[in-house]
Design a protein around this ligand. Structure first.
Ligand code: G3P
Ligand code: CA
Length: 255
């Protein structure tokens, strides 16, 4: 009378700290990434863009105006100019002196310690950014991820197709807020190159998740900024929750 093993695997959701643990430290800074690791998030998310002189930097907006003490487009400033800016004080003066990180220093410090969800932000503004990101991952020996958790995502689907061709072993994700991108036809097309479909939480439900799973892909949804936003995503059985507050997501138990 041996009991049959359950055929249903236990559901566990992964926690992804959005722009680092950006509820607790300035977004897309080393402090926010360290906080994510300290809070035992499974991943942190970051946004990559390129300086005028071709260096990869970690910042969300295409200008430095909102998050730093400077002004101007990221693409019109050199690395030296970007590194002189204060990316911490606007969040809280206790973070004064925090810099815009280079993509390289983030990989250097966090490789193998925590998953990294890498968003190529507005790649259409930065011709060649896919090659540069691929090169950086190769340099840090992260282009054949095994136990290391690396995902590259973008709202720009052509960029993700290209990235998939450059580094086929690195999982890629498509980001969307558009419900039309969740049609059967679109999901089928995404499945030809992507491993993740990462929708805005406003357009996610159980059926959407089941359909994406049926095509062999996973779902990480964003952006949780309130405790009440968590349960609907757990009910929909998303694979990952992207949140400014990693502690809002229940952990280490079956949800
Ligand atoms: O990771 C998903 C999320 O970061 C996409 O939106 O605007 O925060 O980059 P955004
Ligand atoms: Ca992002």
């Amino acid at each position: 009378n041996a009991t049959q093993p359950s055929t249903q695997e236990k559901y566990r959701v992964e926690t992804i700290a959005h722009r680092g643990a950006s509820g607790y430290a300035p977004e897309n800074t080393m402090s926010a990434f360290r906080k994510a690791e300290e809070m035992k998030a499974d991943y942190f998310e970051l946004d990559v863009q390129m300086s005028k002189d071709g260096h990869l930097v970690v910042i969300h907006d295409t200008t430095v105006n909102r998050t730093t003490n400077g002004t101007g487009n990221v693409k019109d400033l050199t690395l030296t100019e970007l590194r002189q800016l204060d990316a911490g004080s606007k969040f809280n003066p206790t973070f004064a002196g925090e810099k815009i990180p280079t993509f390289d220093e983030v990989l250097e410090e966090f490789r193998g310690k925590i998953g990294i969800l890498i968003e190529l932000k507005a790649p259409e503004l930065y011709p060649g950014i896919e090659e540069k990101v691929a090169q950086a991952l190769k340099k840090h020996n992260m282009h054949k991820p095994k136990n290391e958790k690396i995902i590259v995502q973008s709202f720009n689907f052509e960029s993700m197709k290209k990235f998939h061709q450059l580094l086929p072993e690195v999982p890629v994700g498509v980001l969307t807020s558009d419900p039309n991108h969740l049609s059967d036809a679109k999901i089928k097309e995404f499945a030809t190159y992507a491993n993740y479909v990462n929708p805005n939480l406003k357009i996610v439900n159980k059926q959407v998740v089941e359909n994406i799973h049926a095509h062999g892909m996973k779902v990480q949804s964003w952006t949780v900024r309130s405790r009440s936003a968590v349960q609907p995503l757990l009910d929909a059985k998303v694979d990952g929750i992207i949140t400014d507050y990693p502690d809002y997501v229940p952990r280490n138990k079956s949800n």
